[in-house]
Design a protein around this ligand. Structure first.
Ligand SMILES: [Fe+2]
Ligand SMILES: [Fe+2]
Length: 348
């Protein structure tokens, strides 16, 4: 309550009359004898409602209305018009006046109108504030959900990394083969301008490529000598085993395709399905190259790591047969030091 009302009228008697009646009702009144004086008050005070005469020396009530509605649409405006001036009254309504009263007016009528206007206005403000607080709430909750999703995402990633570390540890890998091939894959993908979801699928596919080895027994996986034909047959099932494990998980469906095809070869001589060329997902065609890089530049029980040059000559040799020719060219265009930065070690 105790709302602030600004009365703008060039006739002192009307100003005094209105303010006396409205103060009686508990409103706080400010008085202005012209439009300029009105704006001085509007700049300083929190005015809830303006009562303005139309015909005044200098700027008119219509000017006041126009300017006021441009800076503040929350202030209610009641226009006082002459009886002969009905067209102007309608104009005022179009310009955003909330109501008008014709002269000569009864004070009771003014008080009633003011009361109604202020009630309507406070409802409108309440509604607006409610909307703002609603929007804020939605924003806050969206942010909360985003944070939770991020945490969840991170937890997924950590779980996958733990799984991969366990797999690598079982094969007594030095460092993490899986993480290195993932990094190499990301380097190639960045040159191919692969981004967003597709990039994520590629990275996870490379990281998890050998998940299926979980289903291969120790005496085959860790056998120091050569595998016999039967053992080799079992070993070659690891892409399908990995696919069967991960394709069930919704967010790993894409990576699972890469896992299934990571031993396919460009010329169709790979396994398990003997896919050819573009039938092989691009992630797996990239993987074929970076897996060779990592295999050749890592120590093996039966040999030391090979020099980087032997990797590039291997890729040149099998460009177009084992390896996708375009991706081979891309591989060969990447300078050695970038691969080294990626792997975290120097090649021979
Ligand atoms: Fe594999
Ligand atoms: Fe591997």
């Amino acid at each position: 309550m105790n709302e602030h009302i600004l009365i703008v009228d060039d006739e002192e008697m009307i100003r005094e009359l209105l303010s006396a009646a409205l103060q009686q009702e508990g409103y706080h009144c400010y008085l202005a004898e012209n439009v300029d004086a009105a704006f001085t008050i509007l700049a300083d005070q929190n005015i809830d409602l303006v009562i303005s005469d139309i015909m005044m020396p200098g700027k008119s009530g219509v000017d006041l209305l126009k300017d006021l509605k441009q800076v503040n649409t929350d202030i209610a405006v009641l226009m006082i018009t002459g009886l002969s001036d009905m067209n102007t009254a309608m104009d005022c309504i179009h310009l955003g006046a909330d109501d008008y009263i014709a002269k000569p007016f009864s004070i009771t009528r003014v008080i009633l109108t003011v009361r109604n206007m202020l009630a309507k206005r406070s409802l409108a403000i309440e509604k607006k504030n409610y909307q703002i607080s609603l929007e804020y709430k939605v924003m806050e909750q969206t942010e909360q959900i985003r944070r939770t999703m991020n945490d969840l995402h991170e937890a997924y990633d950590n779980t996958l990394t733990a799984l991969v570390k366990a797999l690598d540890a079982r094969e007594k890998e030095v460092g993490s083969h899986s993480e290195r091939v993932m990094n190499y894959t990301l380097l190639m993908a960045s040159k191919l301008r692969i981004t967003g979801r597709a990039l994520e699928i590629l990275a996870k596919g490379a990281l998890l490529h050998d998940t299926g080895k979980i289903g291969i027994s120790d005496n085959i996986l860790l056998k120091p000598g050569k595998l016999n034909e039967h053992e080799w047959l079992l070993m070659r099932r690891h892409p399908e085993i990995g696919y069967a494990i991960l394709a069930e998980i919704d967010f790993l469906k894409g990576p699972a395709e890469i896992i299934l095809t990571h031993h396919e070869r460009f010329d169709g001589t790979g396994y398990p399905r003997g896919l050819k060329g573009e039938q092989i997902p691009i992630g797996s065609r990239i993987f074929g190259l970076v897996d060779t890089l990592d295999a050749m530049t890592s120590d093996r029980p039966y040999r030391k790591a090979l020099p980087f040059d032997s990797v590039t000559s291997e890729i040149r040799k099998y460009r177009g047969s084992q390896f996708d020719p375009e991706i081979s060219d891309l591989f060969l265009s990447i300078p050695r030091h970038q691969w080294e930065e990626c792997s975290g070690k120097k090649f021979f």
